[in-house]
Design a protein. Structure first.
Length: 111
């Protein structure tokens, strides 16, 4: 039971981190954050999380991992924003990442 609670709370925090990364991606579009270490940190976090998600999904036989794909695309956009290439359509991906984070958090709570 304790392990279950720990895993679900970990999923809650991962979802909240996704939502925070979505907010950072949105802010990077509307302001000049190029060179900010926040962008680099969230990008590294999302790349690591996406890699874990895709590898574990492939090992389990799930070859269409949309959540991992959203993480990879968002991480690439955050990395591009770090280097100064922030475009307006990144805001749509930021919204998608934010909603994915909220969804993951809610699923971590109710499961």
């Amino acid at each position: 039971m304790l392990l279950y609670v720990m895993v679900m709370s970990f999923l809650l925090y991962l979802g909240l981190a996704d939502a925070a990364a979505g907010i950072v991606l949105y802010i990077s579009v509307s302001s000049k954050l190029s060179g900010s270490l926040w962008l680099l940190a969230f990008s590294a976090f999302l790349f690591a999380k996406a890699f874990m998600s895709l590898v574990s999904g492939f090992a389990a036989g799930h070859f269409r991992n949309i959540m991992g794909a959203i993480d990879i695309i968002s991480a690439a956009m955050l990395l591009a924003s770090f280097f100064g290439a922030a475009y307006g359509f990144y805001a749509y991906m930021a919204l998608l990442l934010f909603l994915k984070g909220i969804y993951s958090s809610v699923m971590g709570i109710i499961r």
